[in-house]
Design a protein around this ligand. Sequence first.
Ligand code: F6R
Length: 243
Amino acid sequence: MMEFVNLGDATLAAQYVAIEMFRTIQKQSEPKLGLATGGTMEPVYKSLVQLIEHNPIDLSALKTFNLDEYYGLDKDHPQSYLYFMKHHLFNHIDITENQYYFPDNNAVNLEADNQAYDQLVKSPDGVHLQILGIGTNGHIGFNEPGTPFDSNTRLVQLTDETIQANARFFNHVEEVPTRAVTMGIKTIMSAERIILLAVGKKKQPIIHELYHMEIPDTDVPASVLLTHPDVLIVTDNEAAPQY
Ligand code: F6R
């Protein structure tokens, strides 16, 4: 079931998502979280760091799985998603290197590593809570329009729209990697619960379209969420659909 909630303010929306993550860590004995990167997530992690600072919580059994990573980018590159996660979350909380996982982005045996990643994410059960952002073209992770819903973790080509959208984090658009390794749609759908956060007016058209969809369509990858039992789409006023 896909539900929508407009929390009005973008900061509040990010705080809400952080609280849900925090509560999941509190409630589960071996919490598994699926994480996203990107501009939308920065205030979410800021808020999560604050919650962890201000409340007693045991992070020793936490495991996190990131959705994606650019292909071929050095792990120390400031635009790598590992760097992003360290900068916004991992460096500020009590977590060790063997607790966070990323799809392999430089592998010799890429296919075997991708299968292993799917296994890690899904077993014994899927992640307790998967956090998602959304692309203006409806992508989730880097599953671009047209991706089959039964796709697993794999190497993908980014669309021009996504490359242009991500160019803001680089000096030049030519520096944006054109490929990435992403969790597949099937992998994402194995999560027990999913929260998708969309803020800002650029996301309004795709959120509006999604809100009015009744049948999933691979042209809008996020529409697969219509078939998941527990999905919440959280927005601010700017990204909210016209009801
Ligand atoms: C990032 C990811 C992407 C982003 C999406 C929105 O890990 O999976 O799907 O969530 O591109 O990015 P922002 O938040 O920068 O608009």
